[in-house]
Design a binder for this molecule. Structure first.
Ligand SMILES: CC(C)(COP(=O)(O)OP(=O)(O)OC[C@H]1O[C@@H](n2cnc3c(N)ncnc32)[C@H](O)[C@@H]1OP(=O)(O)O)[C@@H](O)C(=O)NCCC(=O)NCCS
Length: 179
């Protein structure tokens, strides 16, 4: 029923495999990527654990978490990851997330991936509502969510504290079409 990989005009969103970690490490070490995250650095062990967690989630029955490698159709390169997860298999709502290698920003790939996650969530998982969180400083991420049709639902002032300051967090959401 939940047919993977997911396909968009330019991207294949597929399950992670064990050999994917070096490509993830390459971009998660980039200061442009790390700027808005709590992390200040990423080691090989961190990223191996990160990828292994997504691989373990593939064994869940029923599956509640789909954290997928974002790959380019034209050459198969892994350029990021994106995911949709719900707290229980019968939950009516889920949250999405996404990240791309900085060298690939600005080409509309994140928006393309998010639109496909929404389609997958509403059509294949049968969800009613999909939400996303982003720090307010992440203008690109907020823009991706708006372009994909999510609406700003709230702002949590000083919700996070890391890197010597507080961060506002924005909540975005969208309700799906009735079946
Ligand atoms: C957020 C992220 C996924 C966006 O990826 P992307 O493929 O570049 O996104 P898109 O190209 O689909 O859209 C980005 C939009 O933000 C806009 N944008 C980017 N930086 C901006 C800035 N500093 N100010 C205003 N707008 C900005 C772009 O112009 C584009 O909008 P447009 O199509 O109207 O011109 C990417 O920057 C990323 O991986 N960042 C690090 C990880 C991260 O923050 N993940 C999200 C956590 S919530």
């Amino acid at each position: 029923m939940n047919a993977l990989p997911l396909s968009t005009p330019r991207l294949l969103l597929r399950d992670f495999t064990a050999g994917d970690w070096p490509a993830v490490l390459a971009y998660q070490r980039d200061p442009r990527y790390l700027r808005l995250y709590e992390w200040t650095e990423r080691s090989e062990a961190d990223v191996r654990d990160f990828v292994n967690m997504f691989i373990e989630q593939q064994q869940q029955r029923p599956r509640t978490r789909y954290q997928l490698a974002v790959t380019l159709k034209e050459d198969g390169r892994l350029i990021g990851n994106c995911g949709i997860r719900r707290s229980t298999a019968d939950s009516h709502e889920a949250e999405i997330g996404y990240e791309l290698a900085p060298d690939e920003w600005g080409h509309g790939y994140a928006t393309e991936a998010v639109r496909e996650l929404l389609r997958f969530g509403f059509q294949q998982l049968g969800l009613h509502r999909i939400a996303a969180w982003t720090v307010a400083d992440n203008v690109a991420s907020a823009r991706v969510l708006e372009k994909a049709g999510l609406t700003l639902e709230g702002r949590l002032v000083d919700k996070e504290q890391y890197k010597g300051r507080y961060w506002d967090v924005l909540l975005y959401g969208i309700v799906g079409p009735e079946p």
